[in-house]
Design a protein around this ligand. Structure first.
Ligand code: 7TS
Length: 415
């Protein structure tokens, strides 16, 4: 019998046409790689097609009706994203290509203008490369020091020496949810302490805002970065949230058209926020379709999404635990309250890539490798892990299919 919550997920899955597609081997698709990118509901696909069919024109310049319609839809999508994360106003949302670009924007603008020798940046040991490499380069350019909040063997943040770590810190940059272990960062304890130490806080929300309600004002973060493609939206669009007073004082990032007010041969002045940070023609269609994705998620309800993923993760942890006597190892926080819908694991001595290939023959899509967290893998001593990640359209049937495929791997490897 299908439980009520799971029944709703089955209904939701029907909104995602790709999930109805069997694999070339004729298997039902169990898509368990939403941490890499999410699938798209029909409403988002329709928004893209509708825009190109009816509203396509360049924005912020035409006076004709079509251009006004495109501009309005683009700005309306910004307002939808602002309200989705409870920003104070749409002007605090800057469109970027993805999380990576949003973090780089902060590093190249605020970072270069504000950091110098004697200052420090604090990350954690489980950052995605996108929230690490920009700070390494910034530290190298400015002479600032890069420090790390340690994580223990379960991937939980170790906060004992946080106050010492926060000395002379200008920026604390943390992922809200680890894409490798699912760890939810204890922002409630870190953000006030970071602010008390005089630091700003940047949160990499790539793996949080798609999966549970995020309120940037309640979290009191200064910067928040996310990617549209992980939250049912298209690729090529993401956003940076920043508090107004920060965006106003930050120098521009890329320069050229759209981000200017007056241009002379020698000098220029810049547009108001957020357009000051949006040089050149934006990915208008994708921004509008991200607005449709946000409408879709809001109509399902982010509280439901979070509850559903928590239940499904608990179910998957139980099913995977049954393989432990045969050598399956599950990584990450033991308590489900500390983790979101991401489960990294290894099965005996099967290489994670081989395991993922066997699962694929049964229609199960998981990622294998270092998940763009090479320093974390090195620290933990894992060459690679297989990773299953869940979203609102996944069901217990997907988890059962994963367990079935693991039985097949066990048979092949005589475990
Ligand atoms: N930060 C985190 C925590 C992420 O998980 C990712 C992507 C990024 C930043 C970068 O996002 P992008 O949209 O700018 O590329 N994570 C993954 C993943 O886990 N598998 O593929 C991409």
């Amino acid at each position: 019998m299908i439980a009520t919550a799971d029944l709703r997920a089955h209904q939701i899955a029907r909104d995602f046409p790709l999930l109805r597609q069997p694999t070339s081997r004729g298997k039902r698709l169990a898509y368990l790689d939403s941490a890499a990118t999410s699938q798209k509901p029909q409403a988002v696909i329709d928004a893209l097609v509708h825009y190109y069919t009816h509203d396509n024109a360049n924005i912020h310049r035409g006076v004709y009706e079509l251009a006004e319609r495109a501009t309005d839809a683009f700005e309306e999508a910004r307002a939808k994203v602002a309200s989705f994360i409870n920003a104070a106003e749409p002007a605090e949302i800057v469109w970027t290509r993805n999380t990576t670009e949003a973090i780089n924007l902060v590093s190249f603008t605020w970072g270069l203008a504000n950091l110098g020798r004697g200052d420090a940046i604090v990350c954690s040991q489980l950052e995605h490369h996108s929230n690490l490499v920009p700070w390494q380069l910034l530290a190298a350019k400015t002479g600032a020091e890069l420090r790390f909040i340690g994580v223990d063997g379960d991937g939980l943040h170790m906060l004992d020496d946080l106050d010492a770590k926060l000395r002379n810190v200008k920026l604390v940059a943390l992922s809200h949810v680890s894409n490798t272990l699912g760890t939810i960062a204890p922002l409630d304890s870190i953000v006030p302490r970071a602010h008390a130490a005089g630091a700003l806080v940047l949160v990499d929300g790539a793996q949080s805002v798609p999966h549970f309600p995020v309120d940037v004002r309640a979290l009191d973060v200064d910067f928040f970065a996310a990617s549209g493609h992980k939250m049912c939206g298209p690729t090529g669009i993401g956003f940076l949230y920043a508090k107004r007073r920060l965006l106003e004082t930050m120098p521009p990032f890329l320069t050229g058209g759209d981000m200017i007010r007056e241009v002379g041969y020698e000098t220029s002045s810049f547009n108001e926020i957020p357009w000051k940070f949006e040089a050149g023609t934006s990915n208008v269609a994708a921004a509008i379709a991200l607005g449709a994705a946000v409408d879709y998620l809001a109509s399902v309800g982010m509280d439901w999404v979070a509850d559903h993923e928590r239940r499904l993760t608990a179910y998957a942890l139980r099913r995977l635990a049954a393989f432990e006597p045969r050598g399956l190892v599950i990584y990450g926080p033991p308590r489900t309250v500390d983790r979101s819908g991401v489960i990294s694991f290894n099965f005996a001595d099967i290489h994670a890539h081989d395991l993922a290939s066997i699962l694929d023959t049964e229609g199960v899509c998981v990622r294998a490798g270092h998940h763009c967290t090479m320093p974390l893998m090195e620290k933990m001593g894992w060459p690679a892990t297989a990773r299953a990640s869940f979203y609102l359209y996944n069901t217990e049937e997907d988890v059962d299919q994963l367990a079935f495929a693991l039985e097949k791997a066990a048979t092949i490897f005589r475990l």
